[in-house]
Design a protein around this ligand. Structure first.
Ligand code: BES
Ligand code: MG
Ligand code: ZN
Length: 493
């Protein structure tokens, strides 16, 4: 979709989105095409529509040969608008336009934006590209086809430099998110550890970061036995995917590690899930998709940072050789782990990936992102991702990034008292802490492997997938984490 800034509305247009403040004088009248003035008049006078935040009304205006879609969009009190609120307004109105089969959309804001031009262009572009995304490659005849070709933002200004920069940035964020959505939506019979690694390789080539992929033999030599145990039940071999981006050659510059959970399928292993519990488990590589997507965006934006992204990709299945409950695994770090539940597999793959990031890549800071626990979904539902951290300052940076991208996060308490729950009688740790505080104990398990490094753990079990469209998300994968991680890393430049 083409997205640009134009100075005035054409006389005949296909689709108009008129965004207005609540209870405010409409200044737009003089700019509107003459043929739309009379059908819009009583709306503009506020007799029928009050332009409260998120209110929307659409109609089709026919005059002579011309048929025009008109969408009235309420912005509420403009001083209360944030980037996230704006993004959702754009998403709502563009979704409506697409349903009206809009080809060329003209967005006319009836007020001066309280959000700066870069951010405005950014969120507008994100909304347009993400709301029109669909995963319909397996449908013989797609239900809705998006016919929207262009979006023109109408603003009477000569200085479009900042807006255009925002549009460019928003496109990078959105396209990286779409890449992640595509990977997560792809079923596990297609997206295997091997093909996930191939997809990451294509992304690396396209976006200009480097990649290294290790197979089982190398993993055995590196003693990544916790990771290997999880993948052993599958005929599909695991892969360790290492992506590197060096945007700051200064040796003293810190190295940030982004570690993503990469279970291309999670059957639960011998602690097998119910059919209902298993149905969405192709999305158990949502963390991996998030870090791959973020690498694409970070690299495209040429950020002055050094980042390594690690994905321990495998499939949790059952077979004569699969790992069992009661097994004691020696992780790469040397710490031993008693397996209480083979369905708590994510932390076993992540603990080796984290240790690898510190010992082999010399990472200074660790962020992991994972569809890790049903407990995170029970605690926070599908709106917020759960966070566990050992570093409050970094958490504040994450919260600022989250406020910009609208990917909500909530910090869980990581008090040492919870550590009791993952102590084992016969090994250093056990992989499950019992039925209570599951999202916290999963986090604390990982904390045992980050040594003294600043660390953020983001549990996206509830936010990686949507069953219903809302905001910028449609049905299926959200690509959560891509924009959040990108914005966080950008704030660390
Ligand atoms: N991949 C699941 C977590 C999950 C649940 C993701 C629901 C998305 C939606 C994870 O591997 C898992 O199975 N966790 C178990 C842990 C338990 C056995 C301690 C869970 O949450 O039930
Ligand atoms: Mg599991
Ligand atoms: Zn899992």
């Amino acid at each position: 979709m083409k997205i640009d800034v134009i100075r005035k509305l054409p006389d005949h247009l296909d689709t108009l989105i008129l965004m207005q403040e609540e209870n405010a004088e409409v200044q737009a009248i003089e700019y509107l095409p003459a043929e739309l003035l009379s059908p819009l008049e009583h709306f503009i006078k506020g007799e029928e529509f009050n332009f409260g935040y998120g209110k929307i009304k659409s109609f089709i205006h026919v005059s002579g040969k011309h048929k025009q879609n008109v969408i009235l969009l309420g912005a509420g009190n403009k001083d209360l608008l944030t980037t996230d609120k704006l993004r959702n307004l754009f998403a709502l109105s563009i979704r409506t336009a697409v349903k009206l089969c809009a080809k060329h959309i003209y967005l006319f804001p009836g007020f001066t934006s309280p959000v700066n031009d870069v951010a405005f262009g950014h969120v507008l572009t994100e909304a347009a590209l993400l709301v029109t995304y669909r995963f319909d490659k397996y449908l013989s005849s797609p239900k809705i086809t998006t016919c929207t070709e262009s979006l023109h933002y109408v603003l009477n200004t000569k200085n479009t430099r900042h807006l255009n920069r925002g549009i460019l940035e928003g496109r990078i964020y959105a396209e990286a998110t779409i890449l992640a959505r595509d990977m997560v939506n792809e079923p596990a019979n297609v997206l295997t550890p091997e093909s996930l690694a191939e997809a990451a390789k294509r992304a690396a080539l396209q976006h200009g970061f480097t990649i290294e992929i290790h197979n089982s033999d190398k993993l055995k030599r590196m003693k990544m036995d916790a990771f290997l145990a999880v993948g052993r039940g599958s005929v599909r071999e695991p892969r360790l995917i290492i992506m590197r981006y060096n945007g700051n050659p200064d040796k003293k510059q810190e190295l940030i590690a982004l570690v993503g959970k990469g279970l291309t399928y999670d059957s639960g292993g011998y602690c097998i899930k119910t059919p209902q519990g298993m149905v969405n488990m192709k999305n158990d590589m949502g963390g991996a998709a998030a870090v791959i997507g973020a690498m694409c965006a970070i690299s495209s934006m040429k950020m002055k940072v050094n980042v390594v992204a690690i994905v321990a990709a495998c499939e949790n299945m059952i077979s004569g050789d699969a790992y069992r409950t009661g097994d004691i695994l020696t992780s790469m770090s040397g710490k031993t782990i008693e397996v209480i539940n083979t369905d708590a597999e994510g932390r076993l793959t992540l603990c080796d990936a984290i240790h690898y990031a510190i010992e082999k890549e010399h990472a200074d800071k660790i962020l992991d992102i994972a569809t890790l626990t049903g407990a995170a979904v029970a605690a926070l539902g599908t709106q917020f991702s759960a966070v566990v951290t050992n570093n409050e300052a970094w958490m504040e940076q994450l919260k600022a990034a989250s406020a910009f991208t609208g990917e909500l996060v909530w910090q869980l308490p990581a008090h040492d008292d919870y550590k009791e729950l993952i102590k084992s009688e016969i090994a250093d740790l056990k992989n499950v802490g019992g039925p209570l505080a599951g999202a916290i104990t999963a986090g604390l398990f990982l904390r045992e492997f980050v040594q003294d490094k600043p660390w953020l753990h983001i549990d996206i079990a509830g936010t990686a997938l949507k069953e219903k469209e809302s905001g910028i998300n449609g049905f299926g994968a959200t690509g959560v984490g891509v924009r959040l991680l990108t914005a966080l890393v950008k704030s660390m430049e």
